[in-house]
Design a protein around this ligand. Structure first.
Ligand code: ATP
Length: 597
């Protein structure tokens, strides 16, 4: 992600990103504001009461007055309590609402980004932005903003009342304000920078943890637990150090603010007491004034802490902003075209060259020219790293070629919306992802709106029905991470069922390299044959049976097509294919048996 932070300036700019979210909940925000103001104003009436009680004294003659007065105070207490409760409820729910919306938006945006982005970024780091950074925002909108507003109201009210009560004493207090504001601004900068650092470090540790947890078997097999533990501990300690730095900066900020403010109150009290002695003001007025100063001081003290919090949230919002500003690398070239509802599945690659963004100097594909007829079955063969998977990635528009065009039914796919394009393609990958869901949901991934009958029909055709039926809850059995672990052959059959359900005219098949036992192999092969029938199929072939059945074999080496033909013709030529075939296929005695039959 592009880092947009400029450590030299205290930028609260990222906070503006909250504006549309807050505007969306105007009503809720207005209600919260109403309760906030009410609570603030009610608090401001208290010093008035104190003055009157002091000036009128506690003499016998005034007992009725005092009784009435206390009844009024009870009413004020009730209003204050109600307003505070209302403020809490509306402000907190506003915070939760805004964060829920931000999380939704950020995740929705992430799903639109191209694989090039995910090549670059670690998934754990992205998830951390989605969770930890948004939590920081919740605490701000939910609590800080309300405390800030309350203190702004209290502070302004208190200062106004101070001026009303005694302009002379107020002037003294106001003189102290710049002394308080200047360090506030200066420290805000350092807090924002440190907060950004803390969140970055935290995200890095989250990324590391999610990677290690995902690969826990490998970690344990290589007895790397201790290494993993100490690396994570170091990352967490790094995050702690950064957080401690933020806390220290904020603590210092709070110290300066509270000390300067309270000393000025003490100074006022000293000047004020001389005025009382010389009879310029009454003792009650001084009491009232001091209470207002304490309110104002408290408000300023709180605001200084809030300034720190705002700066911290700006850091978090900046990180989220970077994610939201990330543009999908794949765009639709104008004029946009749509593929036919049911394309025939003719594929043409015209002089296609491509290098991965992460390795621009290494051409992954060079000058590929290939025309595939609807319904044709083409096997792609090549050594590891030759560029076979890259070809699939370009057909799916995970990336766009640097040169040349890819056409489906004569339409340049650069002009087609990637989603529309992918509708017409079904894929059976080598490593099948099984989601933590039921068997039914895992198959329905191919077409979520499919009916139970369609799902079962697909499972039957893929030879998955038999083993699913044998599981404790049939199609409702949880599989994947939270349930039953499937064998390699079973996973493949789930993937085939998905592809059957998708019922797309083009099929991209990356054959599994791992050997299956004879029975699974037969079931998978049979399922694949059914799946390939009537579809344009590109298969990255690892089995002799597959190349033998292909209409055409395309041999790729170092990103170029080096040979094309049928198995027999290519073996006869005794070129690169013949060599590859001897290496790849002859070692699999099983595959050879299959070929001989
Ligand atoms: N996301 C990526 N970013 C950068 N380079 C990549 C990326 N994916 C693949 N490559 C590189 O591109 C080249 C072609 O890789 P590709 O995955 O297409 O090979 P392959 O023929 O499918 O290999 P295999 O049979 O081992 O899967 C390799 O050199 C590989 O290292």
């Amino acid at each position: 992600m592009r880092k947009t932070g400029n450590p030299g300036r205290a930028k609260l700019g990222p906070l503006m990103r909250l504006k549309p979210y807050l505007l969306r909940y105007r009503g809720r925000a207005a209600t919260a504001f109403f309760f906030l103001t009410l609570a603030g104003l009610t608090t401001l009436t208290l010093p008035l009461a104190v003055r009157r009680v002091i000036d009128h004294g506690f003499s016998e003659a005034n007992s009725t007055f005092i009784s009435n007065y206390f009844s009024v105070l009870v009413v004020i207490a009730a209003i204050l309590a109600l307003a505070s409760a209302g403020r809490y409820y509306f402000v907190m729910t506003l915070g939760e609402r805004v964060v829920a919306d931000i999380r939704r938006n950020v995740f929705a945006h992430i799903t639109t980004l191209s694989p090039a982005f995910f090549d670059r970024e670690q998934s754990g780091e992205i998830v951390s932005r989605l969770t930890a950074d948004t939590t920081q925002i919740r605490s701000m909108v939910g609590a800080t903003l309300s405390v800030a507003l309350r203190n702004v109201i209290l502070g302004t009210g208190a200062v106004t009342m101070m001026v009303v009560t005694s302009p002379k004493l107020s002037a003294l207090v106001l003189a102290a304000i710049p002394v308080i504001i200047i360090p506030l601004v200066a420290f805000g900068r350092s807090v924002r920078k440190r907060s950004r650092e803390a969140q970055d470090t935290l995200a890095a540790s989250a990324a590391f943890a999610s990677e290690q947890i995902g690969a826990i078997r490998t970690v344990q097999a290589f007895t790397h637990e201790e290494k993993a533990r100490s690396r994570f501990a170091a990352a967490v300690e790094g995050a702690f150090d950064a957080a401690r730095g933020t806390a220290a900066a904020r603590a210092l900020l709070t110290f300066i603010a509270i000390f300067t403010v309270l000393s000025s109150v003490v100074a006022v009290l000293w000047f004020g007491s001389r005025d009382v002695l010389s009879g310029v003001i009454s003792a009650g007025t001084l009491g009232q004034f001091v209470l207002y100063s304490v309110f104002a001081a408290g408000a300023l003290g709180a605001l200084s802490e809030i300034w720190g919090e705002l700066a911290q949230t700006a850091g978090a919002l900046e990180r989220i902003g970077e994610l939201l500003d990330e543009e999908p690398a794949i765009t639709v070239r104008q004029p946009e075209l749509a593929l036919p509802e049911k394309p025939d599945g003719a594929i043409a690659l015209e002089d296609v060259s491509f290098a991965y963004p992460g390795r621009p100097d290494l051409p992954a594909l060079q000058h590929i020219a290939l025309a595939i007829q609807p319904g044709e079955r083409v096997a792609i063969v090549g050594a590891s790293g030759a560029g076979k998977s890259t070809l699939f990635s370009l057909l799916l528009r995970y990336y766009d070629p640097a040169n040349g065009r890819i056409l489906i039914d004569g339409t340049d796919i650069a002009q087609v919306d990637p989603q529309g394009l992918r509708q017409s393609i079904a894929i059976v990958p080598q490593d099948v992802t099984v989601f933590a869901a039921t068997a039914r949901e895992n198959i329905a991934f191919g077409r979520p709106e499919a009916s139970q009958e369609e799902i079962e029909a697909a499972a039957k055709a893929a030879h998955a029905h038999e083993f699913i039926e044998k599981m404790a809850y049939g199609y409702d059995t949880m599989i994947g991470e939270r349930g039953i672990t499937l064998s390699g052959g079973q996973r493949q059959r789930i993937a085939i069922a998905r592809a059957i359900l998708r019922n797309a005219p083009i099929l991209l098949l990356d054959e599994a390299t791992s050997a299956l036992d004879a029975e699974s192999e037969m079931l998978v092969q049979d399922a694949l044959d059914r799946l390939m029938t009537g579809r344009t199929t590109l298969v990255i072939a690892h089995r002799l049976a597959t190349v033998l059945k292909a209409d055409r074999i395309v041999v790729i080496d170092e990103g170029r097509i080096v040979e094309e033909g049928t198995h027999d013709s290519l073996v006869r030529r005794d070129g690169p294919y013949a060599r590859l075939a001897r290496l790849q296929f002859e070692s699999g005695a099983q595959a050879f048996r299959g070929a001989a039959e």
